[in-house]
Design a binder for this molecule. Sequence first.
Ligand code: GCU
Length: 448
Amino acid sequence: MIQKRLFVIILMAFCFISLSSEKKGFNGIAKGEWKASPELVERLSKRRSETNYDEQKVTEYTLPDPLTMIDGTAVADAQTWTFHRRPEILELFRTYVYGRSPVERPENMSFEVFDLERNALGGSAIRKQVTVYFTGEKEGPKMDILVYLPKNADKPVPTFVLLNFGGNHTVHSDPAIRLSESWMRPGEGVKDHRANEASRGRSSSRFPIEQILKRGYGLATIYYGDIDPDFHDEFKNGVHPAFDRKRGPDAWGSIGAWAWGLSRAMDYFETDDEIDQSKVAVLGHSRLGKTALWAGARDPRFAIVISNNSGCGGAALSRRAYGETVKRINTSFPHWFCDNFKTFNDKEEDLPVDQHMLIALMAPRPVYVASADEDLWADPRGEFLSCKHAESVYHLFGKKGLSKEPMPDLNQPVNEGTIGYHVRSGGHGLTEYDWQRYMDFADMHFEK
Ligand code: GCU
């Protein structure tokens, strides 16, 4: 009798295991979901033995619940989220991850439109170039915003804003774009000599401006080095010294400064009648994708927030420690985050937040996260999981999060909900495919 019962139990267990293993792969990946190429995993693991690229080696972790306050109170409605839990999480990100900016809109900040061409790009566009003097002083820190708008728009234009890596003049071959001065590390000369004609249009593949205009959108871009040069100099250059009094362990780093600069661009858009300030989408690639997410979290004026291959410190869950880790990023780029973030090197599980909570800070606004198949350094699955674990907050607002689950396969965008996601073929980069998906998403949410 006992033997018979045991046999039935074993048989049931066997059926259960084979059923569930049919649904899920050995490492929890369902059929039809994206999976890193085993050859690539092997190749990268050999190249960087200290980095984990193996899904099976991701250790178990528990994510902090976006819907539980620090004191344990459950968040059950949108009011409590908006007025209590959201500010609490924002403050945790300020204190432990990106740091605190000492000022918001500086009192004396001024704008100077130094170029306005209503027949740009062969007559198809309006071009504007605007200098933002952050302190109002001409000699102080400043940034140039380059704007293209479609010509003959009959109303203010919804616009994408993003920072660029190489200088405004690298985004298009238009000879009227003012050269951005880029900066090198001390010892290598003060000004970078790349600020020259030779680099004009060099990054134009990342900026399909004509297509963006054709779809009825404007594009605004700023060289990130105008706001803060991207190397560690103890915050002596860029906007930091103009506003810092004393720097504590929660003082803003470079990502904090770049995100702050995007908000200053938004201040300008509010003064420009040709830009629809209620329809500004902030976008960023890689370190600038981390920046776009932080900008969108800090500043609710950004109506859509888009992260392209942002990875660690961006959309990817830190606790997975897959690809780039908190320790790695803080070591290679000690100036990006606040000093407090370094206390979580190899201690991701102690972080009071994880990156799904950064995505949740956008709610109820639409947010889109994109990964690339070969960009394992940025942890595509970790980026998807952040979106998934942010969904509970969207549900409080009666919004759909992702429109489909589980993780989609290659080039199968999931974009009908309020959280969009895709993983496209290829490596780390901002491609035309990505742009088309972002415009599809914006078309839907801006009701174009
Ligand atoms: C490095 C860094 C990433 C970052 C990327 C980029 O690879 O480790 O975190 O996203 O640079 O900005 O290009």
